[in-house]
Design a protein around this ligand. Structure first.
Ligand code: NDP
Ligand code: 2IT
Length: 444
């Protein structure tokens, strides 16, 4: 067995019943195999892959909270501190019923390479809970956040681990979490990102993941003689990433025809009205099916996914494994030319392989959704310096970071004779940076 095969078997044996983690690890290991082969003896002696694949620290904890009827509930909280070779652990918190050890490990592992690609000094981590914020009152969400932070605060800090938002955790939740952190530590410091603008948040953080996704999609298209201007785009999801991907794509001249949630999707042949999406999701916190009541000419398909809609560019912005092989076949049959992942690992491995085999331009999430965490790192530096940068300056830096990621990713693919394979390129480019840091810091 090769070293890569050995460690893949080890990961499965040490983390049984963690399919998402196995999937993420396998994709990275398959990509980096040629790099590892070149340095096999040295990496083996240093147990480099064994160390890379074992989180530095992983905690899970009880989160008791009381609902509006006085009933007590108990959820499970997690924080996985995967790798600190390049900086303090950094990564979001996800509140969603699907959260378990597998999804936390996969997300924290992916985050390590994504964060390396940003060029910012941040290591990789992730956390969250199987708490479902859907249908809960503000008071219930606050009670949960306060209880969650009462345990989490022991493990985080501005130079230690800096959480942010992810699915189910947006500005409201970060506010409640930050308030409790401050109460427990008596410190006003940048231990969370995605904060409100009046208490240390950065301009552009809300928009950063969706905008960054469109910036890198445009880089990729332009490198192949195409542009997003005039393209028909399908977006899945209607949360933070999806909303601002729609906004930026439309600003750059695309027509975005879909948004969705876990119940179904909206099709608007005239182009999604992003102000209506914001009103439904950010203000009313309602289901996306409401859209058709507000926008004449739009339709809603219950229980269906957006990939059946004809498009030039597809931007999956909801959740892992939302784009299957069948969906990929639909996209190809309908003439789609490019897929860029806004979510983390939204495309199954079979679907990714199929899309690439058909010559579809494919940008993996760890490169294409890195804009969010990149601006989180800019929020951290603003907090340290006690300064507040303008929208234009942060947005300009985000653009440059996404452009730089595109060049790193395409360059690394070329180095290994796989020009245009951005999956391989992103994994190799991220791996090279993390490994350099790990090698120079000794056997820790
Ligand atoms: P939000 O909670 O704001 O939105 C999530 C959206 O995805 C909702 O519309 C939700 O619908 C939908 N969704 C969830 N499950 C499914 C499903 N099974 N099928 C279809 N739609 C579904 O989360 P974010 O926008 O923040 O995150 C979206 C993705 O982007 C995640 O993969 C996240 O990890 C990733 N990401 C987020 C970043 C950020 O800065 N926020 C940064 C980088 C990546 P419903 O209401 O029905 O659940
Ligand atoms: O998946 C991700 O990169 C995020 N949810 C954002 C993490 C962050 O720290 O801003």
């Amino acid at each position: 067995m090769t070293y890569v095969q050995e460690v893949m078997a080890m990961v499965k044996q040490m983390n049984p019943a963690e399919p998402e983690f196995h999937q993420a690890v396998k994709e990275v290991l398959d990509s980096i195999a040629p790099v590892v082969e070149k340095h096999e003896k040295e990496y083996r002696e240093a147990c480099l892959l064994e160390r890379l694949l074992e989180p530095e620290r992983s905690v899970s904890f009880r989160v008791p909270w009381v609902d509006d009827h006085g009933k007590l509930h108990v959820n499970r909280g997690f924080r996985v501190q995967f790798n600190s070779a390049l900086g303090p652990y950094k990564g979001g918190l996800r509140f969603h019923p699907s959260v378990n050890r597998s999804s936390m490990n996969f997300l924290a592992f992916e985050q390590t390479f994504k964060n390396a690609l940003t060029g910012q000094p941040i290591g990789g981590g992730k956390g969250g809970s199987n708490f479902d914020p859907k249908g809960k009152s503000d008071r219930e969400v606050m009670a949960f956040c306060q209880s969650f932070m009462t345990e989490l605060f022991k493990y985080i800090g501005p130079n230690e681990d800096v959480p942010a938002g992810d699915i189910g955790v947006g500005g409201r939740e970060i506010g409640f979490l930050y308030g409790q952190y401050k109460r427990l530590t008596n410190q006003f410091e940048g231990t969370l990102t995605g904060k409100g603008l009046s208490y240390g948040g950065s301009l552009v953080r809300t928009e950063a993941t969706g905008y960054g996704l469109v910036y890198i999609a445009e880089e990729m298209l332009q490198a192949h003689g195409r542009t997003i201007d005039g393209a028909t785009v399908v977006v899945s999801g209607s949360g933070n990433v999806a909303t601002y991907a729609v906004e930026k794509a439309e600003q750059l001249g695309a027509k975005v025809v879909t948004v969705s949630d876990s119940n179904g999707y909206v099709y608007d042949p005239n182009g999604i009205d992003v102000a209506v999406v914001k009103e439904i999701k950010e203000v009313r916190r309602a289901r996306i099916s409401e859209y058709v009541k507000l926008v004449p000419g739009s339709t809603y398909r219950d229980g269906k996914k957006v990939w059946e809609v004809k498009c030039d560019v597809a931007l999956p912005c909801a959740i892992q494994n939302e784009l299957s092989l069948d969906d990929a076949m639909d996209l190809v049959a309908n003439g789609c030319i490019a897929v860029a992942e806004g979510a983390n690992m939204p495309t199954t491995r079979e679907a990714t392989d199929y899309l690439q085999s058909k010559g579809i331009l494919f940008m993996p999430g760890k490169a294409s959704n890195a804009g969010g965490v990149a601006v989180s790192a800019l929020e951290m530096s603003q907090n340290s310096m006690r300064v507040h940068r303008s929208f234009e300056s942060v947005d300009q830096e985000l653009r440059e970071i996404m452009k730089d990621i595109f060049h790193q990713v395409s360059g690394a693919a070329e180095d290994y004779d796989q020009a245009g394979n951005y999956v391989t390129g992103a994994n190799i480019a991220g791996f090279r940076k993390v490994v350099k840091g790990m090698r120079e810091q000794g056997w820790v």
